[in-house]
Ligand binder design. Structure first.
Ligand SMILES: Cc1cc2nc3c(=O)[nH]c(=O)nc-3n(C[C@H](O)[C@H](O)[C@H](O)COP(=O)(O)OP(=O)(O)OC[C@H]3O[C@@H](n4cnc5c(N)ncnc54)[C@H](O)[C@@H]3O)c2cc1C
Length: 502
């Protein structure tokens, strides 16, 4: 684990200089932001501050067995860098791709690792942010200033995952592990392993550990949809065989995948029952007629209300069919010395319990924000197109898609912001602030993400901390790539809601 806990420093602050744009975070979004900025505005000065000692964010933090993407890399990869391998990629492959992206675009010069941003204070008088950070190697507090703050710190706390407060947990004598803080030296050969949860992480861990431990059991409160499929893309294979240039192959395959996903999204709203039947038939095909699909793989929500986990080559189902893994659908009553006692009265014994129970959502990287001396509570701000915020000058947050690949939105936001920067330069403005227009005052405010549309636990648990969205453009956040891909490039930068000043 390479995320250091928050530290206070008593050393005197050091001035660290001014840049035009500061990017917080060197994960997939931060690298994307840096790429776009230096490509379109090579004259702008730029610094990327990153807490961890390397790039990659999510793909650096998570070290659990089998860690891989759950969306395809043609769309989870950047628009501007072709993906050349199988659609679903391991964390290692994603890290190599990001390493190449940094090297090919000479981005390393901008990134300062081991720097945790703690405070950001906007001064209208100076038209700039004062950003406080700690250099972790010597606990040195640093003070930067920047004109624009591009927040790419993700959406969850990297230092620790979410573990519910289960009764009796303290009685359990075995080892408890959260996938987000996986001990790399954990020996699970010959061990009975119990994984609590059935989201994408469990769907990765279970097949990766099945056959490598005595037995692995996935305990779920309620079933999840899984989409089994081959981890190859026939269209990409054909185009490569025809020696079509990699850039074209990447773009064509992206379009095809996005087209197919749009169709799945449409069906999830318009014909959920037939889509549900298809997904369940996929499980049946792997698990056979005798398996109790009704109990274990028939969710009670509409497909896509939570992220649909793709399982390459049906590996989760194959582990279960082979008897190396099993699934139990029940609720935890209490932990015991040997494992967990379920509400049904059954006890599941385990040497190791993996809590694949998700993460802690975190707004703005736990950074204290102030505007002109007043603390900002983002739950009181309204999102401007889901990436800038009412009354917060010169600041954007990259928040991607849940249903489509995150990076699609990182790219769209980057292109949008570059358009805003050009517009500001034409107007000789240095500050852009989203402000509610007279006609927006008193509009209906809604949760950041519509819980009826998309409702995984980590989001519903923390929705009250997130910014709001409004009931009209440009204050809505649809989480709909297929709308935003057309709306963002065409959006009017003089919509009255973006207010420019010097
Ligand atoms: C296990 C897992 C698998 C996933 N798989 C997929 C997938 O297949 N497809 C998909 O679309 N999405 C997936 N996601 C969602 C995923 O998090 C995003 O897609 C994407 O990786 C997020 O990138 P990011 O750069 O925005 O944020 P992150 O990856 O979270 O990176 C943020 C970076 O900011 C740094 N940071 C945070 N706060 C501070 C601070 N105060 N100061 C300095 N630095 C800071 C962090 O250290 C981190 O390196 C997955 C998430 C998880 C947890």
């Amino acid at each position: 684990m390479n995320v250091t806990a928050k530290t206070e420093s008593t050393q005197p602050e050091q001035q660290a200089g001014h840049v035009d744009v500061m990017i917080v975070g060197a994960g997939i979004s931060g690298i994307d932001a840096a790429y776009h900025l230096q490509k379109h505005f090579p004259e702008k000065t730029l610094t990327v501050l990153e807490t961890q000692e390397s790039f990659g964010g999510t793909w650096l933090t998570h070290k659990y067995p089998g860690i891989r993407s759950d969306s395809d890399l043609f769309t989870f990869g950047y628009k501007w860098k072709p993906w050349m391998s199988a659609p679903i990629a391991t964390a290692e492959e994603i890290m190599l791709y990001l390493e190449e992206a940094i090297a090919e675009n000479d981005l390393a010069q901008y990134i300062h690792y081991g720097h945790r941003v703690t405070n950001a204070a906007w001064s209208s008088e100076d038209s700039r942010w004062e950003v406080r950070a700690v250099r972790l190697e010597d606990n040195q507090p640093l003070v930067y200033t920047c004109t624009f703050l591009w927040m790419c710190q993700g959406y969850y706390r990297h230092a620790e995952g979410y573990t519910p407060e289960w009764p009796g947990l303290e009685n359990y004598q075995g080892i408890v592990v959260h996938p987000q803080t996986w001990p790399e030296d954990l020996d699970y050969s010959d061990k009975e392993v119990l994984v609590i949860g059935s989201g994408a992480t469990a769907a990765t861990l279970v097949p990766a550990m099945a056959g490598q431990c005595a037995h692995i059991t996935m305990l779920q409160r309620s079933p999840t949809y899984f989409a089994p499929g081959l981890n190859r893309n026939e269209l990409a294979d054909t185009l490569r065989e025809l020696e079509v240039p990699d850039e074209w192959t990447h773009e064509i395959v992206r379009r095809k995948i996005l087209h197919d996903q749009q169709e799945i999204t449409r069906r999830s709203f318009e014909e959920p029952e037939s889509l549900k039947a298809e997904l369940i038939a996929g499980a049946r095909e792997h698990l056979g007629d005798k398996f109790d699909i009704e109990t274990h793989f028939t969710p009670n929500y509409r497909p896509w209300q939570q992220r649909l986990a793709f399982i390459p080559d049906g590996d989760l189902f194959r582990g279960i069919a082979a008897g190396q893994a099993s699934v139990v659908t029940d609720q935890i009553d209490t932990f015991t010395a040997a494992g967990v006692l379920l509400k049904s009265g059954r006890e599941l014994k385990a040497d190791i319990i993996v809590t694949a129970t998700g993460f802690n959502l975190c707004v703005m990287g736990d950074i204290d924000f102030k505007v002109d001396g007043k603390p900002v509570n983002f739950a009181n701000q309204v999102g401007y197109r889901g990436f800038m915020f009412s009354d917060i000058p010169n600041m954007a947050w990259v928040f991607g898609y849940f249903r489509a690949s995150w990076t699609l939105r990182a790219d769209l936001i980057a292109e949008y912001l570059c358009r805003v920067f050009s517009h500001m330069s034409d107007k000789q403005a240095t500050v852009v602030t989203p402000r509610l227009r007279p006609e927006d005052e008193g509009m209906d405010l809604r949760p950041w993400v519509d819980p009826d549309n998309f409702n995984p636990g980590y989001l519903t648990r923390s929705l009250h901390l997130m910014p709001k969205q409004g009931d009209r453009e440009p204050w809505t956040f649809t989480q709909d790539y297929w709308r935003e891909k057309d709306e963002f490039p065409a959006a009017d930068l003089e919509d009255g809601a973006l207010v420019y000043s010097r």
